[in-house]
Design a protein around this ligand. Structure first.
Ligand code: A2P
Length: 270
């Protein structure tokens, strides 16, 4: 198949086996963050929390990057939440997309931030920074999450208050969700924190976990591998620090083939 390139206006061929979808909406939140939705191939299935490889048809050998799918698995469209990096190999062009533009998507979703990679527990902690909240946009709208855990705690740490907008809207939407809204109103807790501006909860979530403030604020006991499970997604430094906190407290890292207490995945950058 040949399509007109949306960015450089030169026709290129679509690699065999790759989906070529259309942008259906774009929303910019800050000069560093935006969301876009694309049409969903009818044959495409994924598990909540998985990612796919996304590219633009603007080169003979398109550049692909991993993007967490930020919508529930029953959605008619697919949603992605992205950073904008001025010199990023993909996002320098991706941030300019408009409704109707073509997006390439490799057909196989994958990832470890899935319910299947965790053993049963009482509380599920979803720890995120920046665009690392994206996979959790899917996980918190999956009915299985509410069946498997009594409480779901979504933490989101950003530099600025404006960077929380996507997560705040997501939380509000989830409370009104026709499928999981009733459960979410009781079981879902949202804990945003801001590090570089004044905010009700300030500081890195790692520090708020270590000091115990997060648990005091939420009225929950300290982290305990006997009852708690975790998913971690964000920057490399955050993954390392948050993972070490859980390891220090006796949590065991899991995977699809070996489910355990917590799972980790890097948020896309570039
Ligand atoms: P900070 O402002 O203190 O660096 P970024 O936009 O750089 O990905 O960061 C997103 C958020 O993640 C920021 O609030 C940042 O805090 C926080 N962050 C960065 N590194 C870590 C870390 N190692 N542990 C916890 N939070 C972190």
């Amino acid at each position: 198949m040949v399509v007109a390139d949306s960015v450089k206006s030169q026709p290129i061929s679509i690699p065999k086996g790759v989906f070529c979808e259309k942008v259906v909406s774009v929303e910019h939140y800050t000069d560093r963050l935006f969301m876009f939705r694309i049409t969903r191939p009818t044959s495409f299935r994924f598990r909540s929390g998985e990612f796919v490889m996304i590219g633009l048809p603007n080169a003979e050998r398109p550049i692909y990057r991993a993007y967490s799918i930020a919508c529930p698995s029953w959605d008619d469209e697919l949603e992605f939440y992205s950073i904008k990096v001025p010199d990023g190999p993909l996002t320098k062009d991706l941030q300019k997309i408009k409704i109707g533009d073509a997006i390439l998507m490799r057909p196989k979703p994958t990832g470890t931030l899935v319910n299947d990679a965790l053993i049963d527990g009482t509380n599920l902690y979803l720890f995120s920074t920046g665009t690392g909240i994206a996979p959790f946009a899917s996980v918190i709208r999956d009915p299985e999450t509410y069946e498997k855990f009594e409480k779901i705690i979504l933490t989101h740490t950003c530099r600025q208050v404006a960077e929380l907008e996507y997560g705040k809207k997501l939380y509000d939407l989830t409370l009104d969700d026709p499928l999981v809204g009733d459960e979410a109103k009781i079981q879902l807790k949202y804990y945003p924190t801001v590090t570089q501006e004044e905010f009700a909860t300030s500081g890195r979530v790692t520090d708020l976990v270590q000091s115990g403030k997060l648990f005091a604020d939420l009225g929950l006991p300290e982290l305990d591998p006997a009852s708690d499970r975790g998913m971690i997604c964000g920057s490399m430094g955050f993954l390392k620090d948050m993972k070490n906190i859980l390891l220090d407290r006796g949590f065991v890292e899991g995977s699809n083939s070996s489910p355990a207490d917590f799972v980790v995945e890097r948020a896309f950058v570039g």
